[in-house]
Design a protein around this ligand. Structure first.
Ligand code: GLA
Length: 720
């Protein structure tokens, strides 16, 4: 083991600290960089020196397990973070510490960069740790650089390599498929490697998102336990290895999936990995997710600290069957409802192969002259005349084989040249590794915005995964086919970057036939995402709950639709927990339903800031109870909105046992008032009842849901 050529040094200790936590790195006698500590930060950082040097990890036979970035082919035989082939064909890699520095971006944000080098080959890796001090969030990525004469081939090039020491490890991960997204499973990790991954390409998260929570010692609850929330900011194939090693310590390696993705690195070129983002809390999942939300709104999500518009979408109201008259009626319906925006969905484009169903037309982004003889511009104006803004659906990365685009540019399509095509929803992804395709996709949006500067919203869809991964462009330009999965995502980001440079503010929804694509790189460009095509509100209580561990309410689009068996009030209450929208036929609402909905939109507008920017407390877990309860509390504790839903009806009784509220000021008094009552129903709560914050957070409160009253929204307002 070891490099031989490096003299024994004093250990270098590098603490990566946030307000509460520390990740401590240390060099060993051979200058290999290991992780010696992860967890609550010590008040005297000098004491990190006293942490034993992990000598039990120095196992002459098996190498060092706690490496901060595990190389392969030399002294380590553990799962690598970086695996490559040098220009001369040699596959060995060693990485030793060279230097590090910390740069302060401002009072809250610092970046520590650590340079590691191979002592034999001209390969260098810089590890970056960006800390968001107050929020206890760390963003980690690496830059790999080669100065070898011949190109190096990267086989595995992870974003993060972490090391944890605890009694036990409980991993919560998510699985699902279309309309069944975000089903959590918690498992005790046992010896060996547990892998979370995706090989789906474009719609990478259809079966599994790159987000997880990891509890140490015992499963964390909302309010107790050590827990890490982690997520990879990458909109493509990912892989996360959780390896419980021979000492029952846990190695985590997270990054782009190496599957079919060998990536060439020419001399003097750099490869920047995506970011792995995590936060750690000693006080349970609630605190961890609140930290992540604050970070995300402040530093990551486009317009994260802004607001969002309410909307009426026509997808489920009309599907592909509409014309100008019908749409004009819908604008009026939207206005009547009181929403800010009308969102025109799929079906407005293509002429040779009109987009009248999902089998044709995708790729041909000209208005369909039969449905829209006066074009989009006319619609935007009509909507404005009615007093409502106009937004539009696009699916710019995809093509139907039955389209002019496909006929004209078959080489722009991802498909194997010698094999039958394989479709999902009758369509194929375009090859975004190709700069021409990037320009085409950019051009779709640019044209829409240039011709119609008043377009106020975009829904960006992506409905197919990547089969038959092959790029005619990479072939022609003599690049490697194995670049495709990565270059696709890079191409997508290039397009989004260019769109945002010219149109920085316009809200865009990241939709992928449901939650097929959501991560913190995409959310730099998008204001919100579509969690699932399943809008059955009962399902949404569960799904939105799970998404809320990682993504704040301001990013979760939630529409009132006709899915499910719940009454309109229940459907509305659930959609109010995110960015509220409607996808119903407003003219089918009876008088009471319409009145209720109009009032709901107005009520929502008066409280949505608390939902978007407040702290979220998940109080009663629907997976373990007959009902769910959660609340959003304004930062200054002056107001909170509490939601409760009956989710299990075995007894039909719900529960009236008080549960403890959170996020209030114990020394203040609060008025409790039910919102969103259905016309002619009376609240079961005592009118204007006053409670102290202490009472609400110690004894508790229950707004009572049962078979006759299945959902409740309560406003809690400070009085003195
Ligand atoms: C996807 C979206 C839906 C709708 C349809 C249109 O399934 O998730 O909301 O936009 O496409 O074809």
């Amino acid at each position: 083991m070891g490099t031989g050529s490096f003299a024994q040094n004093q250990p270098t200790i590098i603490p990566i600290e946030t307000r509460r936590n520390a990740l401590v790195l240390q060099t060993d006698k051979e200058n290999h960089l290991g992780i010696i500590y992860f967890g609550k930060k010590l008040s005297q950082s000098a004491e990190y020196k006293s942490i034993p040097s992990q000598s039990r990890q120095h196992d002459g036979n098996a190498g060092i397990y706690n490496s901060a970035y595990t190389p392969s082919g030399t002294w380590s035989v553990s799962e690598p973070a970086l695996q490559l082939t040098h220009g001369d064909g040699n596959k060995s890699l060693d990485l030793v510490y060279v230097s590090h520095k910390t740069t302060k971006e401002n009072d809250n944000v610092s970046v520590t960069s650590i340079v590691l080098k191979d002592p034999v080959y001209a390969v260098e890796v810089t590890l970056f740790y960006k800390t968001y001090f107050q929020e206890n969030v760390v963003e980690q990525w690496n830059v790999i650089k080669s100065e070898e004469k011949n190109p190096v081939t990267l086989q595995k090039y992870a974003s993060a390599n972490l090391y944890f020491i605890a009694k036990d490890y409980y991993l919560t991960h998510y699985n699902g498929t279309w309309a069944k997204e975000m089903n959590p499973e918690e498992e005790l990790l046992t010896a060996g490697i547990r892998v979370l991954d995706s090989k789906l390409g474009t719609r990478a998260n259809l079966f599994q998102p790159p987000s997880f929570s990891l509890s140490f010692d015992k499963p964390a609850t909302e309010t107790e336990g050590k827990v890490l929330l982690g997520t990879l900011a990458w909109s493509g194939n990912f892989k996360m290895d959780f390896e419980v090693d021979s000492y029952h310590n846990l190695r985590l390696i997270a990054g782009i999936n190496p599957y079919a993705s060998e990536y060439p690195l020419a001399s003097k070129q750099e490869f920047k990995t995506p970011s792995f983002i995590y936060t750690f809390s000693e006080n349970g999942k609630g605190e961890a997710s609140r930290n992540l939300h604050i970070w995300a709104r402040k530093y990551r999500i486009l317009d994260g600290e802004g607001t969002r518009m309410t909307l009426l979408n026509n997808w489920e109201a009309t599907y592909f069957d509409f014309n100008e008259d019908k749409l004009s009626e819908l604008f009026k319906d939207g206005k009547k409802l009181g929403v800010d925006l009308f969102l025109l969905d799929d079906g407005w484009f293509a002429n040779k192969y009109p987009r009248n169903n999902d089998q044709a037309g995708l790729g041909d982004w000209q208005e369909n002259i039969k449905k829209l003889p006066h074009g989009i511009g006319y619609l935007v104006k009509e909507a404005q005349k009615t007093g409502i803004k106009f937004g539009i659906w696009v699916e710019p990365e995809m093509v139907n084989p039955k389209s002019e685009l496909y006929e004209k540019h078959p080489d722009w399509v991802i498909k194997q040249p010698q094999r039958p095509e394989h479709y999902m929803r009758n369509q194929l992804p375009l090859d975004l590794s190709n700069p021409e395709v990037q320009n085409f996709v950019y051009g779709i949006l640019d044209k829409l915005f240039t011709e119609n500067p008043d377009i106020a919203y975009i829904k960006w869809d992506c409905n197919a995964i990547t089969f038959n991964a092959y790029s005619a462009y990479l072939e022609k330009s003599k690049q490697k086919q194995s670049q495709l999965y990565v270059d696709y995502v890079k191409g997508l980001y290039k397009v989004l970057e260019k769109i945002r440079a010219k149109y920085p503010k316009i809200p865009m929804m990241l939709c992928s036939g449901g939650g097929g694509r959501v991560d913190y790189e995409a959310l730099k460009y998008f204001t919100e995402f579509w969690p699932s095509d399943n809008t059955d509100p009962l399902e949404r209580v569960f799904m939105q709950w799970e998404y809320s561990y990682f993504f704040p309410a301001i990013t979760q689009s939630a529409h009132v639709t006709d899915w499910g068996k719940q009454p309109l009030k229940f459907r509305t209450d659930v959609a109010m927990m995110g960015r509220l929208g409607y996808d119903i036929v407003v003219s089918h609402l009876n008088e009471k339903d319409l009145k209720f909905s109009q009032e709901a939109v107005a009520t929502y507008n008066s409280v949505k800031d608390v939902i978007f920017q407040g702290d979220l407390f998940r109080l009663v877990d629907p997976k373990k109870n007959d009902y769910a309860a959660l609340m959003f509390a304004a930062k200054n504790k002056s107001k909170a909105i509490l939601f409760s839903y009956l989710v299990g009806n075995r007894n039909g009784d719900g529960s009236d046992t008080p549960f403890r509220l959170e996020g209030l000021d114990a020394s203040k008094n609060y008025k409790v008032k039910e919102l969103n009552l259905y016309p002619e129903t009376k609240s079961a709560l005592k009118e204007d009842q006053i409670y102290s914050g202490e009472y609400l957070m110690t004894v508790g409160f229950n707004p009572i849901v049962n078979a006759r009253r299945t959902s409740v929204v309560v406003e809690i307002t400070v009085v003195n």
